[in-house]
Ligand binder design. Structure first.
Ligand SMILES: [Zn+2]
Length: 306
């Protein structure tokens, strides 16, 4: 089983990405489609288009909770129909190559270690900052096979209800969803802000990119939302530094667009709250692969398993 290429699949709530990836993590050819009701047909069709006898195997990275041993997806809030189907068996039976399944954050961590900025570090923590907060850990050169639900460490005892059901998770304070809720609730509660017109008029509501723009334009409430989210993220990062003593914390996902406010505040807070000697050994940096990390990591699963 030493064919030169793999197919990596990253199936998220917004996009389906499928690519042919070489052993060094280089993307040879890529297809990107919006996630929709026919997503499984698109998934099979995209693999069919890219498949050849040079393909070693297929790796699937999916946002959800999965049982890697039984190769079943137990919870996938974005694409519920995956919970009732044997997607791995379906693809394996059709294409007759080994198929591997992993959580999208784990795959992104692996991808970043093989082909991204993580290549330079033996130990790092990767955090995906988007609608939710995910993560993974590379420790002494290998991905840690642990749950690594880094977005669900508790940062506020008895705090806000998280999507997972618990109270006070990091995700409930730092994710895109948390920022949108903070803006919407604040405006409903009478906060004075230039965001009011946007929130009251917009059918699509307000997005983190809008909040960032209002903050840059001088809106105090928008700035407060980003800085508050940044402080909670910084508390989380300080905890991860204290637990894993990584050489780097690598940040990826849509929210890294607000680096100069949200993430600078997170870095400042982490620097003040992590153990000083551990913080001094840790770089906090942006991912170099961006959206492609999960795809590349998924493909690398097939090379890892041989
Ligand atoms: Zn949670």
């Amino acid at each position: 089983m030493d064919k030169p290429y793999s197919i990596g699949v990253d199936l998220g709530g917004t996009n389906l990405r499928v690519a042919v990836v070489a052993r060094d993590g280089r993307i040879v050819e890529k297809i990107k489609i919006s996630t929709c009701a026919e997503v499984i047909d698109h998934l099979i069709g995209s693999i069919e288009r890219l498949f050849s006898d040079e393909i070693n195997g297929i790796g699937l990275a999916i946002a959800g909770v999965m049982n890697v041993d039984s190769r079943r997806i137990t919870s996938c809030p974005n694409i519920r129909l995956l919970e009732d189907m044997h997607i791995v068996d379906i693809i394996e039976n059709k294409f007759k190559v080994p198929v591997f399944l992993e959580n999208d954050a784990y795959a992104a961590t692996l991808g970043e270690s093989v082909a991204g900025v993580g290549k330079g570090f033996d130990s790092f923590v990767l955090l995906t900052l988007g609608t939710g907060i995910g993560g993974g850990v590379i420790y002494n050169g290998s991905p840690l096979k642990i749950a690594a639900e880094l977005g669900h460490i508790i940062v506020e005892t008895g705090g806000r209800r998280c999507g997972c059901g618990s109270l006070g998770c990091l995700e409930a304070y730092t994710s895109a969803r948390a920022m949108i809720e903070a803006a919407t609730e604040g405006i409903k509660g009478g906060r004075d802000s230039a965001m009011r017109g946007h929130i009251e008029a917009g059918a699509d509501g307000i997005q983190p990119a809008d909040i960032y723009r209002y903050a840059i334009e001088g809106d105090a409430f928008a700035m407060e939302i980003l800085k508050t989210a940044g402080r909670y993220l910084g508390s989380g990062i300080a905890s991860f530094i204290n637990i894993f003593s990584p050489q780097a914390v690598i940040l990826t996902g849509g929210l890294t667009g607000a680096w100069d406010i949200y993430l600078q505040e997170a870095i400042r807070w982490a620097s003040e709250n992590a153990f000083k000697e551990l913080y001094a050994k840790t770089q906090i940096i942006r991912s170099s692969l961006g959206d492609d990390a999960g795809l590349i990591g998924a493909a690398c699963l097939t090379f890892e398993h041989k």
